[in-house]
Design a protein around this ligand. Sequence first.
Ligand code: ADP
Ligand code: MG
Ligand code: MG
Length: 249
Amino acid sequence: MLKINNLHASIEGKSILKGLNLEVKAGEVHAIMGPNGAGKSTMANVIAGKEEYEVTDGIIELNGEDISELAPEERAHNGVFLSFQYPVEIPGVSVTNFIKTAINETRKAKGLEDMPAKDMLKMIREKSELLEIDRKFLSRSLNEGFSGGEKKRNEIFQMAMLEPKLAILDETDSGLDIDALRIVANGVNKLKSKDNAVVVITHYQRLLDYIVPDFVHVLYDGKIVKTGDASLALELEAKGYDWIKQELV
Ligand code: ADP
Ligand code: MG
Ligand code: MG
């Protein structure tokens, strides 16, 4: 699914990713952990193709195709989803209307007609039931006055509707309460399948009490320096990151 090899990237001339390797197969959930400033969000943004970042070396392959030259929208159309891609407040545009537009834009890019309204409604109904999202929420203005938990609900709903091949969730917000964590975790657990893959970036172990990852990676100083199973997250929680620094010396 995703294969990153020797990725180097910089922002404003400052080198952030320094030879990152990561392979994610369909059906897998990977957690990326690491101290603040290690480059986790940079990695997510570079995979999604954010233009502020300069890729100076390495390759990013999605299903065997090099995507590193594609624009962010093209990567999205190829099935890459990054949380907080659409964090804007849009008064007067509902959660539902926004996602309808996003889906039809994606179809248009692939030369397809708009999804018939009946199918769209059916999909909205199925996905919102799966995620236990109520109708009132779907008709609210996008992100306007949303709480942390509601923002997460919207994000997970977008992910459910867009059915990405590769979903990257960057849980940067240290203020996430337990409800918001549960929304993210339930969403990931319900949406994961043998055909997609999820990369969850988190600073905190507690999200991984609810999502059991197949692999946990430690990103440190622009590289993945350690990989393990879910127990590595518990070890990091107990011991912090210093022991990893010492192993590297
Ligand atoms: P993490 O998500 O692991 O906390 P980031 O990827 O956000 O780390 O940041 C890695 C490094 O890149 C930090 O030193 C940060 O200050 C720097 N950085 C990130 N974004 C920018 C930016 N837009 N401009 C300048 N420096 C940035
Ligand atoms: Mg940070
Ligand atoms: Mg970050």
